[in-house]
Design a protein around this ligand. Structure first.
Ligand SMILES: Nc1ncnc2c1ncn2[C@@H]1O[C@H](COP(=O)(O)OP(=O)(O)OP(=O)(O)O)[C@@H](O)[C@H]1O
Ligand SMILES: [Mg+2]
Length: 219
């Protein structure tokens, strides 16, 4: 599904944030990505989402070398990925409902065919009442749940979730982790970055740990 080969990343002329990172995420797997603040978790997820280009090495996604893929192909590849950014990146001029429905609209689906699914998911993440509100008036945790709903609504092949429970209480965090696990059972490959070690208790999954720019696998 996703494979990094001797990947190095540095920002500008700075020292390398990631050094010789090698790993493979098997199709259908669930994996945690841990590491202290600043270890490079978000950077690694951005590489996988093709929002950053590695300074060296090779990245294969869906059997394609994304370090060589043309700009024109990027949107098509990205459509197969659900992503929860650490800073949410909701569109402020769209309602919560419209934000969550966006991947379906972009895929050419008709509102009457997805309205029900979007409402059900909003209900599940506890945002039924906020469906018609705009992101700026939502709390941090509500924005985070909207971002999660948007990332999972189209049951993507790959889900990249960056600290997806960082702004919610522990009970809600458990509920969201269950949502990711269920999605994983339906076939979505999940890579979830977190520095919350409590989350790791709720799903039995391998842990990839980033430290000093290197990635180690822990079970
Ligand atoms: N756009 C950027 N320009 C320069 N340096 C950056 C940039 N983005 C990240 N960095 C640096 O790269 C390193 C890794 O950052 P990254 O955001 O990937 O860490 P993280 O593990 O996600 O941290 P956190 O747990 O705080 O979210 C940090 O030292 C950070 O300062
Ligand atoms: Mg981060």
């Amino acid at each position: 599904m996703l494979r990094l080969e001797r990947v190095g990343l540095s920002y500008g002329r700075g020292a390398e944030v990631l050094k010789d990172v090698d790993f493979e995420l098997q199709r259908g797997s669930f994996c945690f990505l841990t590491g202290a603040s600043g270890a490079g978790k978000s950077s690694l997820l951005k590489l996988a989402f093709m929002a950053l280009h590695p300074s060296r090495g090779r990245i294969k996604l869906f059997d394609q070398d994304i370090t060589r893929v043309s700009r024109r192909q990027l949107p098509f590849l990205r459509r197969r990925i659900g992503v929860v950014f650490q800073d949410f990146r909701l569109l402020d001029h769209l309602t919560t409902f419209e934000n969550v429905a966006l991947p379906l609209r972009v895929a050419g689906k008709l509102p009457r065919n997805y309205e029900r699914d979007v409402r059900d998911l909003l209900d599940w993440v506890g945002l039924a009442k906020q469906a018609d509100s705009y992101p700026p008036v939502l709390s941090g945790g509500e924005q985070q749940r909207a971002a999660i709903a948007r990332a999972v609504i189209s049951k993507p092949e790959l889900l990249l979730a960056d600290e997806p429970t960082g702004n919610v209480d522990p009970i809600l965090a458990r509920r969201l982790i269950r949502l990711f696990a269920e999605l994983n059972k339906l076939g979505t490959t999940v890579l979830l970055a977190t520095h919350d070690m409590n989350l790791l208790k709720h799903v039995r999954a391998p842990v990839l740990h980033l430290e000093n720019g290197a990635l180690q696998q822990r079970h």
